[in-house]
Structures are given as C-alpha cells and as structure tokens.
Design a protein around this ligand. Structure first.
Ligand SMILES: *Cc1c(COP(=O)(O)O)cnc(C)c1O
Length: 492
C-alpha cells in the first residue's frame, strides 16, 4: 500500500515540465504567466491531496494524467469567469430579490450603455456651462409622471413638490429620518414595526437615524386617537410603513393615510410614508386587488414618500423620495445625502424607465409586461416546451401554478399561471434543479412536491427556442448526461 502510494507520488507531474510542454507554452503565450502557474499548481496540488487521501488508484492516476492539460485549461478559464452572471428566472417570482429584482426595459439598457460609454452632463447645465446638481435629471420628469397619471396640474405640482434619488429605499428612509427627526420623536404604529428582509428593520433604522421611536397602538389595531395621544412637542414625524411583505387579517384597524394627514395638519407634524413598492399603476388590472400605489401616497397628502426603484416601478436599484419642496430641500442639505447619492448609470436607467411611463409604454418594462402576460399565452408556451421536451428519461407536462410578485410587495397575492413540470428518470428533484443551475445560462426553477417547475411567466418569451434546445441537449440523451458532469471535479 505504501509502496503503491510512493509510486503514485512519483508520477505526479512537475510544474516546470507542464509549463515547458506544448499546452503550457500555448497558455503562457495567451494568458498572464501568474495565472497559468496558479492554475497548474492548483491542479497538481489537488492531485497530490488525492494521492495522500489513499483512495487514488493507478488507473485513476492514469486517467487524470491523460486529462491534465484539459483540467488546467478549465481551471484557468473558470478563474477568469465573472462571478455575477445572467440567469433564467423560472421561479415565477417576478421581483426575486436573490435574482436581482426587476429586469430593465430595453430603453433603460440602451440609455445606460450610451451614458456609460463616454462622458455625460451629470452635473453640468449645458445651456450655461455652469455646474448644476445631478438631481436635476430625474426630478422634474418624475413629478411630471405623477402629475400626468394623477390628473393634476403639472405646474402646481412641480412648484410644490421635489424629489431625491439615493441608493435604495432603506437609504431613503434612513436619510429622511435623520434629516427630519434626529434628536426628536417619531410615532410609529406597533403593527408597522416591520422587517423587510436583508436586515432592514424599522426600529433599528430609526435608532441609527438618531430619532426616538414612539410606539402606538397594538400589533393588530392602531387608531387615530392613539397617534393623537402620542404627539408631544418633541414629535418630529409620523411614520407610516407599508406592510409590503406580510399581512394582518382578522380583527384589525389602521388609520387611513387621509386620517393621519388630517391629524398631522392639525398638530403641524408631517407624515412620512415608507411606501416601498413604487407601484405607479393600480395592480387591479392584473387581478391583484388592494395593493396601495405610490401615486395614492403622494397625492393623498403624505409630506414625504419613500420607495424602491427596482420593485414594481421596474427600474434600476435606487430609493426615491418624493415630497414637499421644503422637506426635500432639508434632506438634500444633509451631509449624509452625499454618502448615499447615486451614480450616472442609475439616473440613466431611471430616467429611461420613467420615460416609458410618461409615453404610456409601460408594458415595455419587463416587470409590467410579466404582470400583464395572459394565462393563455403562458399555457400555450408551456405546451410548446412540453412537446419538445417530453421523451426518453425526461418527462415533461403542463401544470397550472401561481406566480408571485415577490420582492417585498403584494404579500400573499399571486397570479394564475402555468408551468412546465419536469421529472427525470434518474435524478430526484434536488439533483435535477442543481443540474439546471449548472447550465449556461443557469436556469433557476421552483421545486415543489417532488417536482421541478418552470413557471414561464418570468422567462423571457424570446428565449423559448434557445432554452428548449439547451434542455433537450443536456437532459434527454445518455451521452449528453455525461457531458453535464462537471469535468474538473470528475477528473480529479
Ligand atoms: C422593499 C422595502 C424597503 C427596502 O427597499 P430597498 O430598496 O430594498 O432598500 C423598505 N420599506 C418598504 C416598505 C419596502 O417594501
């Protein structure tokens, strides 16, 4: 046994030998020397570890040596691949936070590319050549979108309101609370002391902002009188938080925004609403009722509203504040704003997305298009996929399912949809889902009740043909199955 092992050690390739060999020379002529050396060292040292483990046989060593060059090339290439990659979202969750929330419209992508390619007038007024604030880029447009969609006189609305864009809605909330309520009190209902996910908790953000939380009401019931009783001279704000990722049902009570606005007006305390979703159009057209819109919050009299750019608005990641001009001005002058402001690419993407709305082209925004996609269209696509896929060891069938909006919006609401259910003769659901994730591009499926489901609502229709071919080639035949083994792992 020991002799066998020392024989194996002797057969381990030498780094210098590999580098001087034909493949080594080609690689050194193509890639930086350090990377080639690193990859070769890595592969050889894994072989050494394998010998050391005592499980390597002569035959295995033979095979590994035969594939040595291939393995080193694969390792080298893997090391140069970006880690952030496009994936196919077949989960049916439209705004999947783990998958990057909303995809952008073609107009937004083009705009980002154009602006990224060279210089732009981010902080310059082209008419005068003078410096001008970057906020100029989306501010007016956003207000016009509101005015047009809300049927308000644009001129008045532009006069009374202003906007500010920061990194995300969490940043917007933190910045607003710090600017308006540091060293003062903020009233929040106990039913709205929420956690949104990713560590965003209202009480913690409030504490970090330097404001003191004044809780009112109970988990299920808060009334205007509770708010009124909590107002003291130190009260700076009433914060209303949209319950965007959960719901409370049964015996509940909660003042409307209008009631709070009336109370705030009497007591001279502004209302700040963390609206979150950025939903501009009513979702009832798509069969989801009761989801409050961003529009309602702004036109309903909240002095300040915060929301995300990459939820139902369907734009790039950012946080958008819309509010009374004086309030926005105060926030704008907070030095923290400088730390939370966004870059030119965000403005480019957001502006193009807002223009999609202004021009009435919102169905060109993928998040909106996916909401609007009819069940019949999805069913039809699923049937085509199944016709192409169902054979041999792969069973495919069309099943009804429900898509979720997700991403911290519309809790519990879902849209009727259809999915391609896959079943493989050899692999269980977890293994099949893992194999889908190893494809290029990776396909992220939903697994339920022993089945792997591909909900086509969130899969771009223009990719159907390509994806069906990808699945056929990789999941049906025996030969192809071997190809799918990750080669580096198998050889070593
Ligand atoms: C999503 C959400 C947030 C956090 O938004 P990010 O853009 O992810 O920071 C905050 N508040 C509410 C109500 C939300 O729905």
């Amino acid at each position: 046994m020991e002799r066998e092992q020392s024989n194996l050690y002797r057969r381990l390739p030498q780094l210098g030998e590999f580098l001087d060999g034909p493949v080594g020379k080609i690689l050194l002529g193509t890639y930086p020397r350090e990377l080639v050396v690193e990859a070769a060292r890595h592969v050889i040292s894994r072989l050494r570890d394998f010998v050391k483990s005592g499980t390597m046989t002569e035959e295995m060593m033979e095979q590994n040596l035969e594939h040595l060059a291939e393995t080193i090339v694969a390792t080298l290439r893997n090391g140069m691949e970006p880690s952030l990659r496009p994936v196919i979202n077949a989960t049916g969750v439209l705004l999947h936070t783990n998958l990057g929330r909303s995809p952008l419209s073609t107009a937004a992508i083009r705009r980002i590319e154009e602006v990224a390619r060279g210089y732009c007038n981010l902080e310059m007024d082209l008419a005068t050549g003078e410096r001008s604030p970057r906020e100029a880029h989306c501010g007016e447009l956003l207000l016009r979108v509101f005015a047009v969609r809300g049927g308000m006189a644009a001129e008045d609305f532009l006069e009374s309101h202003a906007t500010l864009v920061v990194n995300n809605c969490a940043a917007a909330t933190l910045l607003a609370l710090n600017s308006l309520a540091e060293d003062g009190e903020v009233i929040v209902s106990r039913g709205e002391l929420v956690e949104i996910g990713g560590g965003f908790r209202i009480p913690e953000i409030l504490k970090k902002s330097g404001a003191t939380l004044r809780e009112v009401g109970t988990t299920n019931c808060s009334r205007v009188a509770d708010y009124a009783a909590a107002i003291v001279p130190q009260t700076k704000l009433i914060l209303r938080v949209h319950r965007s990722n959960f719901s409370i049902t049964g015996y509940t009570d909660r003042p409307t925004l209008k009631e709070l606005v009336m109370l705030g007006a009497e007591a001279s305390v502004p209302i700040f609403e963390d609206q979150g979703t950025g939903c501009l159009a009513s979702l009832s057209d798509y069969g989801i009722d009761g989801e409050p819109t961003w529009m309602e919050s702004v036109t309903g009299g909240a002095a300040l509203v915060a929301c995300s750019g990459d939820k139902l608005l369907g734009g790039p990641q950012c946080g958008i504040l819309v509010g009374q001009r004086g309030i926005i001005e105060t926030i704008r002058n907070n030095p923290l704003y400088r730390a939370l402001r966004v870059d030119k690419l965000t403005y480019a993407g957001l502006e193009a997305t807002l223009l999609n709305y202004l021009r009435g082209e919102q169905e060109q925004i993928p998040a909106v298009a996916m909401l609007a996609m009819s069940e019949a269209t999805i069913q039809d696509r699923c049937e085509k996929w199944v016709r192409e896929l169902d054979s041999g060891s792969l069973q495919a069938e069309v099943v009804p399912t429900r898509s979720m909006v997700g991403g911290g919006t519309t809790p519990g609401a879902s849209l009727p949809s259809f999915a391609v259910a896959l079943h493989h003769a050899k692999f269980g659901e977890a293994e099949l889902a893992a194999r889908l994730r190893r494809l290029d591009p990776p396909i992220i499926a939903r697994t339920t009740d022993g089945r792997v489901l591909l909900d086509l609502r969130t899969v771009p229709p223009e990719q159907d043909t390509f994806l069906v071919r990808l699945l056929r080639e990789n999941l049906r035949g025996k030969e192809q199955l071997q190809e799918m083994e990750p080669n580096v792992e198998v050889n070593l």
